[in-house]
Design a binder for this molecule. Structure first.
Ligand code: BGC
Length: 735
């Protein structure tokens, strides 16, 4: 079209369109030129307008210049339903039912970066179709305590795993001209007291554990936006935190995107102006202006900022930096060339979600190969547990979705069994109902009168007559479970499930336990139960996925992205007595020893280890070799290991590389994950995997020098099937 107009203009003797049109409107002009051109055309008022919200999820463009609005959406598991202009409640549209993708814990459990890219691409297409140019996700806060209500939205306890998985997700999203807004930067590791708790932590733990995934998101993933967190660090709220936003994110990492506040996370105009925040979103600012007409004018970065600019207490040059970033976001997304249409609620997206979920499910235990269940020879199957029927795409806070459909586990099992087996269901336990966040006038859930004993007895009686029992329980998205806004109270399963499981297994030893959760749970019955699966929150296709794993159509290949401790005290944040802080402050005494790093140091056996996950086939690890056993900091070495599928069906194994520093000036974890590869092997097939180790895999962060140090000395490369199932160790030296 542009070519035709250009041709027409030149035939008419008028110089070419592209030369006439303002640079900012020329999609072929470099983004930075467009930014500068637009910037110098804007009034002060227009500049201030584009750096804060105009509705719950949007901010204005510059209508006079034809620059469009920004529209944001949660994130991170699907595109949220439309809400009313000023409210959290749903707008009752009829065309906003999305595909619900698996929770990010499930994605992390695939240990498959190509699925992360598929996830990002698919959810990005959904966002683009719905005209959202910023996706509020992914979340990469490190899993520090199993009580954190939002762990299900994050990618586990290990910085290397989270960093590796987040990068392709971002690339996938942004390939649709939709910005990923990585959240919540930083140290938002619990929901309890989240809006004010002040975290004290060593520089070393900050750099080694809590920042790497964000850094990778910015530097490798090239994320176009990042969201500050609610909590405080160095006594400053993280949405306007000098050290995090200015010193680290913008100066050290050269982030050129937009630092967005979490909703209502801004508390002070001057701090927000000076300490690196670019855009303010929220609820009703600080709650003081609730119900006032156009409350957005009162936002910290609205009129109060404009007033300071007008009285010359704030500089326009400083404002220009924020405006440039917002314009850059718009030119990268809504005004980018060749913008796509996206697609929404499509079978392809459902299939993508299904594939991710199939690779994420973790087979924790499978004594005597109880699984998979042979559907041709099992006539009476009893399904027990509320999670077999409970909608899990609803609830949990801001990630709650209006899914186009959600196959429950019971439906999935029934669909797969067809008329081959009789499937009976009893709940066995029940929870109070969830209050959906997006539904206007949602009643507080009625406190049902639940008689746990009656429900339990009914299930136990039914179990006695079944050929197989499938228990489907775990956590859910109710408040106080896997849900934003608060944490769990304990590691134990809620609603008296432990007693139910123990009785079920006594009544029928052929009981399979399926836990649906985004967090580790205690399993006092672990030794009595032969088969256990961690099935996560798997979205739209959840039930079909569970059925395909239980009945063996899919061979599980997921590995845990976080440790299951036996007891809460086996976790560093709890052992050190830090969690949840005193309400105002919390010091992370567990320091760099998060997750398996803590258990290794204290010599504690986990219930299930980080990186653990079984298969219906078996793998044999051969002898590991190294190309040379000495390297300088400028060199690298390669470690190779053959892995063979020695079982009776095809399957995939995640081969993990950990580095152990034998002697160092500072204390170091016993080992740290520094590489992994997921390998698919046919029956009898063997492949040799090669890992490259360079100095980055050997460094630690030295607080005193503010630098990453690779200290010469002896190291070992440990290769294993989980963090505690190490098959081979290879020595090498850095000199
Ligand atoms: C959450 C964010 C979310 C935002 C918008 C906040 O309460 O912490 O993760 O993106 O709300 O819904």
């Amino acid at each position: 079209m542009k070519k035709i107009i250009t041709l027409l203009f030149s035939v008419m003797g008028i110089s070419a369109f592209s030369q006439q049109a303002p640079i900012y409107l020329n999609p072929d002009a470099p983004v930075e030129d467009r930014v500068e051109d637009a910037l110098q055309r804007m009034t002060l008022e227009e500049k201030v307008a584009i750096i804060h919200a105009q509705s719950k999820f949007s901010s204005p463009g510059v209508p006079r210049l034809g620059i469009p609005e920004n529209w944001m959406s949660d994130g991170p598991h699907g595109i949220r339903a439309e809400v009313l202009w000023d409210e959290w409640y749903g707008a009752n549209w009829t065309n906003d039912s999305c595909i619900a993708f698996p929770a990010l814990t499930a994605l992390a459990a695939t240990w498959n970066p190509s699925l992360s890219e598929l996830y990002g691409k698919s959810i990005g297409e959904e966002a683009r179709y719905r005209n959202k140019n910023v996706l509020l996700g992914p979340g990469v806060n490190i899993y520090r305590t199993p009580l954190n209500g939002r762990n299900f939205e994050y990618m586990g306890e290990d910085p290397f795993l989270a960093a590796t998985m987040v990068v392709p997700y971002i690339r996938g999203v942004q390939s649709n001209n939709v910005a990923a807004c990585v959240k919540h930067f930083a140290l938002n590791n619990q929901e309890k007291y989240r809006d004010h708790i002040n975290v004290t932590i060593s520089e070393r733990a900050l750099h080694e554990i809590y920042l790497p995934a964000f850094k990778a998101a910015v530097q490798q993933g090239k994320a176009w936006a990042i969201m500050g967190s609610y909590n405080r660090y160095k006594q400053q709220h993280c949405c306007h935190n000098q050290y995090l936003l200015n010193d680290i994110l913008k100066k050290e990492w050269n982030f050129d995107g937009v630092a967005v506040s979490d909703w209502g996370g801004v508390h002070d105009t001057k701090e927000a102006i000076n300490n690196g925040l670019d855009m303010e979103f929220g609820t009703w600012t600080n709650g003081l202006n609730f119900g006032k007409s156009n409350v957005y004018d009162e936002y910290f970065l609205a009129k109060p900022y404009l007033n300071l600019l007008k009285s010359r207490e704030a500089s326009e040059e400083h404002l220009n930096d924020k405006v440039r970033r917002v314009l850059r976001l718009i030119f990268r997304t809504n005004m980018s060339p060749n913008i796509k249409y996206g697609s929404f609620g499509s079978p392809e997206h459902a299939a993508a979600g299904r594939k991710i979920a199939e690779e994420g499910i973790v087979l924790l235990k499978n004594d005597n190969n109880l699984l998979p269940i042979d559907i041709d020879n099992t006539k009476k199957i009893l399904v027990v547990g509320e999670n077999a029927v409970k909608a899990m795409t609803v609830g949990g806070g801001s990630s709650s979705l209006k899914a186009k459909y959600e196959i429950s586990p019971l439906q999935g099992i029934r669909l797969r069994a067809g008329d081959k087996a009789e499937i009976k269901y009893v709940s066995g336990y029940e929870s109070p109902a969830v209050k959906p966040q997006d539904v206007k006038d949602a009643q507080e859930p009625q406190q049902k009168k639940i008689n746990a004993e009656v429900l339990r007895n009914e299930a136990v009686e039914a179990a006695k007559n079944a050929d197989a029992v499938i228990f489907i329980g775990g956590l859910n998205k109710n408040n106080g479970q896997d849900c934003e806004g608060d944490d769990r109270n304990s590691l134990e399963l809620p609603y008296e499930q432990d007693a139910l499981i123990a009785d079920l297994v006594k009544a029928n030893p052929e009981t399979v336990i399926i836990i649906i959760s985004g967090n580790a749970v205690a399993m006092p019955w672990v030794n009595q139960t032969p088969a256990i699966i961690e099935a996560w929150y798997n979205g739209t296709e959840a039930g079909n996925v569970i059925a395909s794993v239980i009945f063996g159509d899919v061979n599980p290949s997921g590995k845990l992205p976080f440790t299951f401790p036996v007891r809460l005290q086996d976790n560093g944040a709890h052992a050190a007595g830090d969690y949840p802080g005193d309400g105002e402050n919390e010091t992370y005494h567990d320091d760099i020893f998060v997750g398996y790093r803590w258990l290794d140091k204290e010599n504690i056996s986990p219930l299930f280890a980080f990186g653990h996950g079984l298969s219906y086939t078996t793998f044999h690890y051969g002898k590991a070799t190294v190309d040379k056993n000495k390297m300088t900091a400028d060199e690298q070495i390669t470690v190779s290991i053959p892995v063979k599928n020695t079982g009776i069906r095809e399957g995939a194994e995640v081969v993990q590389l950990y580095i152990s520093d034998k002697k160092s000036s500072l204390p170091r974890p016993v080992k740290e994950l520094k590489g992994f590869q997921k390998i698919f092997l046919q029956v009898g097939e063997e492949q040799t995997l090669t890992f490259t180790i360079d100095k980055n895999a050997l460094t630690y962060y030295d607080d005193t020098e503010s630098a990453w140090i690779a200290e010469p000395g002896e190291f070992e490369a440990w290769i294993g099937s989980s963090s505690i199932d190490i098959k081979e160790k290879i020595k090498f030296e850095l000199y």
